[in-house]
Design a protein around this ligand. Structure first.
Ligand code: SF4
Length: 574
């Protein structure tokens, strides 16, 4: 092993609080892998939670593995060092199980790169009896795991808190007979064994069928945690090297009841389950007792937490500062913004998503311009110097007026932020964070085609041009070509696995892989799909009914068409 890499790993561990180091003797060894860098992975509360739950089992040792930083990857190649765990510096292939925590489609290629760097056969069909079992969990595992299916011995579909105990018991029962093991795993609710399903395609290239073999369920049902109060979701390990390393993260619940039509999390984490204030009170007190100074509340929509006022008091009574990553502009309260300001918040973030009220209604996020102005008032009144707004381009029913409305809205918000300053202090900055809409599975927009990188680049240019005349406004954006990659992976089927394999063989150069891949990316991304078409994720049940999605899709089209029609009539009349 490279001494440079070993020293780096030891330095990271030395800066951590809460690392679990266990003896391996007689235990099931699980490598928990985040297919991105340490800084990103350690900010993920789901990853941290599973680390804690697995290590709480006496017969399990769980250690963390991350994608190396680029300079470390180079050193790995030079010194022939395979990816290794932080805790015991053991290579990935020494573990019984390798569990990837996958929360972002862009990390799929990294999953394969880590396996390849570890000399573990990528495809399950090529693995030998002594190879580790490879699995994936995380939100991608229950939105659409199909592009990764040929590489996964099994997939954890849903929330894993309870499931880990059953999973380890099944492993102990079946070990070392790989097939017996997979058969007993397939019988667990929430476990998907892709090798137990045969996939067929129509002559047009769409999916014809996904047939379960004997013993596997025809439809895989998502596992959901029934009692959220029974499991604490807090970061197990603290490190200054994570994005949110300066605060203790605390999940206030799971799911969101708002039903925004573009939002995957709002659909697949249903039903909404809030932790009780009593359950959170104990955790907050423990955080304070262990010397924490700041608590970051985490959840799909924290400002909708029904007892937010009470929780704010608990946080302040314990002498902790408060942080929340993003808030809904229509559930902002004076108390909440004041508490954030007292907690030293320098930026308040809201997500209007669209420039016009019309489009916001069509995507079912009906925040009004007035509510955004009120958010400006609160930010200014409480001395928070920066306001950040998330927008998405390329949403269904979007028109050029909707795009042009984004800089116009930014201009009005900026005026409001300036006007309100009673002490004449200069306002810090308004940031527009612009992303590209990717139609996700399990949402009412799952049938809509992705807008396409060329169109999105043009819209982005319209926004940038529009804000050039404004001072104190900056635009952050992702590359729409990367959104196109995300669309391919979010909406793809098992045939997309060939593309992933090619990209991994080119050290992650997906642009080159896309040029050389024999498949047609547009078939998966920009093509509108018939509501009759079988989707790659139709053999899962995640608690979202197709009939309900269809109803919402019809309503969105009706909302969009009515408003566009009304605008055309108004324009004609004037
Ligand atoms: S409020 Fe936020 S989390 Fe909830 S559905 Fe809408 S976008 Fe998703």
């Amino acid at each position: 092993m490279s001494w440079t890499l070993k020293r780096k790993a030891q330095a990271l561990l030395a800066d951590e609080q809460g690392t679990v180091s266990k003896d391996w003797g007689g235990k099931v060894a699980v490598a928990l892998v985040y297919p991105n860098t340490y800084a990103v992975g350690m900010s993920n509360l789901g990853f941290q939670t599973i680390y804690r739950h697995l290590n709480a089992l006496p017969d399990v040792v769980c250690e963390r593995v991350f994608l190396p930083d680029p300079e470390d990857a180079e050193e790995m190649r030079r010194s022939a060092t395979p990816p290794f765990s932080l805790e015991s510096l053991r290579p990935l292939r020494d573990f019984h199980m390798i569990g990837f925590s996958v929360t972002y489609e862009g990390d799929y290629i990294n999953v394969l790169r880590l396996l390849a760097m570890s000399s573990i056969p990528l495809r399950t069909a090529d693995r030998r009896p002594h190879d580790p079992l490879v699995l994936m969990g995380g939100v991608c595992a229950f939105s659409n795991p199909e592009p990764l299916a040929p590489f996964m011995d099994f997939v954890v579909v849903g929330e894993g808190e309870e499931l880990v105990v059953e999973l380890i018991a099944a492993y102990r029962d079946g070990y070392p007979d790989r097939q017996k093991l997979l058969t007993s795993l397939a019988a667990l609710e929430g476990i998907y064994v892709p090798g137990e399903y045969d996939v067929a395609y129509t002559t047009e290239g769409t999916l014809a069928s996904v047939a379960a073999r004997a013993g596997a369920p025809a439809v895989v049902t998502k596992r959901r945690l029934r009692n959220v109060n029974a499991f604490e979701t807090v970061a197990a390990v603290k490190t200054p090297h994570a994005e949110y390393g300066h605060m203790a993260l605390l999940e206030v619940g799971k799911g969101c009841g708002r039903g925004c039509r573009f939002c995957l999390e709002g659909q697949v984490y249903r039903p909404v389950r809030h932790r009780s204030v009593d359950a959170l009170r104990d955790t907050v007190a423990q955080m304070a007792a262990s010397g924490e100074r700041r608590v970051g509340l985490v959840g799909a929509c924290v400002s909708d937490y029904p007892w937010i006022g009470e929780l704010l008091k608990v946080v302040e009574e314990n002498g902790l500062e408060l942080s929340i990553s993003s808030l809904r502009a229509d559930s902002l309260t004076e108390d909440l913004v004041a508490a954030l300001a007292r907690g030293g918040h320098r930026t308040l973030t809201v997500a209007p998503e669209a420039g016009t009220e019309r489009l916001r209604r069509a995507i079912r996020k009906p925040i009004t311009d007035d509510q955004l102005m009120t958010a400006c008032d609160l930010v200014r009144a409480h001395g928070i110097p920066n306001l950040k707004c998330y927008f998405m381009l390329g949403q269904p029913t979007e028109t050029s007026e909707d795009v042009e409305a984004i800089p116009a809205l930014a201009g009005r918000m900026l005026e409001r932020l300036r006007v309100l300053d009673p002490a004449g202090r200069p306002f810090g900055r308004l940031t527009l964070s612009i992303s590209s809409f990717v139609p996700k599975p399990w949402t009412p927009f799952q049938w809509v085609g992705f807008d396409g990188a060329t169109s999105l680049l043009a819209k982005l240019e319209t926004v940038k041009r529009g804000v050039r005349r404004l001072h104190n406004v900056r635009v952050l954006h992702e590359n729409p070509r990367e959104a196109a990659l995300q669309a391919l992976l979010a909406r793809g089927d098992r045939r997309v696995a060939d593309f992933l394999e090619l990209a991994a063989s080119y050290a992650g150069d997906w642009r080159r892989a896309l040029r050389e891949w024999e498949g047609d990316a547009d078939f998966y991304t920009t093509r509108d799909r018939s509501t009759e078409e079988r989707m790659p994720w139709d053999h899962f049940e995640v608690g979202v009914k197709k009939a309900g999605l269809l109803r919402e899709w019809e309503r969105a089209r009706a909302d969009g068409a009515a408003a566009v029609g009304a605008a055309a009539v108004a324009a004609g009349a004037s």
